[in-house]
Design a protein around this ligand. Structure first.
Ligand SMILES: [Zn+2]
Length: 218
């Protein structure tokens, strides 16, 4: 049983790797972004509160985020660990996390900016079913048409190089202080560095599993 935090820039493949690690290691994935999206669909007071912040372009306050996280961790069956994605976002959250759960390891994805820009700017989504394609390496059979449902493909307006660069700078800023913090807390950090556009996801996941074994965490 291992409790991990995964750090990776938007477009680093974090979601894909977390899902694969989940299956390999019997982990729960706790993705704060997904949880917020689900909550916003609900007609509950918590859902409305979260929505009011997100709609205003604000971060959900730490107190609310921590409460949500506590509930999620409490739901995990005994004997299962977790991968935390999208949390903590700041030092206060990192400190608060210590009172909720023990973090055994940090998984960090280091992906050069040019790779992320290539990947994300080539991304296309289906308007109908939400399927994700990529013009570089996951092309639809027919240009602009979803293989699965025949829906129209589109590019998200914020998936362009300028916006991606801003997102990457924000991420760097946020993450570097968190990584330093966990180092001072002697939490081991496993770093995977990508050096090419296309790496089979299994390669990255196998690397993480091998390193976790070396640390006797799995
Ligand atoms: Zn579709």
């Amino acid at each position: 049983m291992v409790n991990a935090i995964i750090f990776g820039a938007p477009g680093s493949g974090k979601g894909t790797y977390s899902a694969l690690l989940k299956n390999k290691l019997n982990l729960n994935v706790i993705s704060m972004g997904d949880i917020f999206r689900e909550l916003m669909k609900e007609d509950t007071s918590l859902g409305k509160t979260v929505k009011s912040y997100v709609r205003a372009g604000l971060l959900v306050p730490d107190e609310i985020t921590l409460d949500i996280l506590k509930q999620q961790i409490a739901k995990i069956p005994k004997g299962y660990g977790f991968i935390l994605d999208g949390f903590p976002r700041n030092l206060a959250q990192a400190q608060a996390l210590e009172s909720i759960a023990k973090i055994d390891v940090i998984l960090q994805l280091v992906v050069p900016d040019w790779i992320i820009i290539e990947r994300v700017s080539g991304r296309r989504l289906c308007r109908n079913c939400g399927a994700v394609y990529n013009l570089q390496f996951l092309k639809p059979k027919v240009d602009g048409v979803c293989d699965k449902c025949g829906g129209q493909l589109y590019q998200r307006p914020d998936d362009n190089a300028e916006v991606i660069k801003i997102r990457l700078e924000l991420y760097e800023c946020e993450t570097s202080s968190l990584i330093s913090y966990f180092k001072t807390r002697h939490v081991p950090i496993i770093i995977h560095t990508s050096d090419r556009l296309q790496i089979p996801p299994e390669t990255v996941v196998d690397y993480f599993v091998a390193e976790l074994k070396k640390l006797h965490l799995v």
